[in-house]
Design a protein around this ligand. Structure first.
Ligand code: FAQ
Length: 332
């Protein structure tokens, strides 16, 4: 289900048909209105296809680049158990990237094109992965806050109108849930430790809190893609609403953990019961998105190096496939 081959969608147009573009469009709209999934071979407006390719491929890139900040800690995990957990988590992120690249390929774009866009710096990936993981506590905080924000954003995507993306998200969300819990568990353990360990957790929370809020994207009023994406059922809940849900869920978890959140304006709104946060520094966000964050260069060059170092594996797999095809032909 998650490994659809490259298959250019053709809709009903392969069959003799007298349908006009307006009729195709009306059928597409009717499917959306009924809450049916749009599937790879269905007719879809070009802008819907482009928006999905953009979002799904950015999401895939984020999963793959997201392996880097944590991957460097696998050899430094303090216990065998923590090492196994982190190894499993980082492998999961690779799997998520693969499901997502496969989902994007069903829209008629090749994986090579997508990888090239990432490596050349044309394609975006989540701002959050351009921050450094300085201490072991950062690994806990990434699980708690970054995976926590990722789940909040991705649960509504299980109801996205595009079938392959929505289905991929079901498994991704189950795994993200384990990621979030292992991070929180790691932090609970550190908070029961020494004064230095507690200080290390607080320092990590101070550095990751605001970037985690930025993961949800710009305010709705500045979100250029939300209008179309909400209309087409790609996004079901807006950037600001998801950010609010995340804050409401996370503040009590911070209290239970015994850490403070680095926001002097954080308070409960008596009228709504929601936690309100102070102003977000959007200049920092755009700086990072535009390639000027602390780790942007390092992340991209690590990705390019991993791709180049893995060339022999791809070549060997292709050579094996060719040999097998040849053997099968001779045997037939
Ligand atoms: N970083 O109009 P909107 C994870 C861009 S997975 C960079 O609101 P949209 C798992 C946006 O692309 C994390 N750029 O955009 C994990 C657009 O520019 P464009 C990734 C951002 O698409 C955990 C412009 O700003 N998750 O963490 C960001 O409607 C731990 C205007 O924004 C997904 O990708 C950002 N944070 O809404 C892995 C989920 N935000 O493209 C390892 C799927 C916005 O027009 C370790 N994606 N921009 O040039 C989405 O839900 C949406 O794409 C949003 C943005 C909500 C991220």
């Amino acid at each position: 289900m998650y490994t659809q081959a490259m298959d250019i969608p053709s809709g009903d147009r392969d069959e003799p048909s007298v349908k006009s573009d307006a009729q195709y469009e009306a059928e597409f709209e009717a499917k959306l209105a009924r809450g049916d999934f749009i599937e790879p071979k269905d007719w879809m407006p070009e802008r819907y296809r482009k928006t999905l390719i953009r979002q799904i491929s950015q999401h895939a890139h984020s999963e793959i680049v997201g392996m880097l900040p944590e991957g460097g800690w696998i050899t430094r995990a303090p216990t065998l158990e923590r090492k196994c957990i982190l190894l499993a988590k980082v492998q999961d992120e690779a799997g998520h990237g693969m499901y997502l690249y496969s989902a994007a390929e069903t829209l008629g774009v090749s994986r090579d094109e997508l990888i090239e866009a990432l490596h050349s710096g044309k394609a975006k990936y989540s701002s959050i992965f351009n921050y450094p993981t300085k201490t072991w506590a950062d690994i806990g905080v990434v699980g708690w806050l970054v995976d926590g924000a990722a789940i909040m954003n991705q649960i509504p995507l299980t109801r996205c109108s595009y079938g392959p993306y929505a289905r991929a998200m079901i498994r991704v969300c189950k795994e993200e849930s384990f990621h979030q819990r292992q991070g929180y568990d790691l932090l609970l353990t550190l908070m029961k430790g020494s004064e230095d360990q507690r200080a290390m957790v607080q320092d990590a929370v101070n550095r990751w809190w605001w970037p985690s809020l930025m993961m949800f994207g710009p305010h709705d009023s500045e979100s250029t893609n939300s209008g179309d994406s909400m209309k087409w059922g790609i996004k079901r809940i807006s950037n600001d609403e998801l950010r609010q849900k995340f804050v409401d869920a996370t503040v009590p978890q911070a209290q239970l953990l015994g850490v403070s959140l680095p926001d002097p304006d954080l308070k409960v709104d008596g009228a709504t019961g929601h936690w309100t946060v102070g102003p977000i520094d959007w200049s920092e966000f755009w700086n990072v998105v535009n390639g000027k964050g602390e780790c942007n260069e390092e992340r991209l060059s690590d990705r390019v190096k991993a791709w180049e170092d893995g060339a022999w594996v791809r070549e060997a797999a292709l050579a094996h496939a060719q040999k097998k095809r040849h053997r099968d032909c001779v045997a037939a």
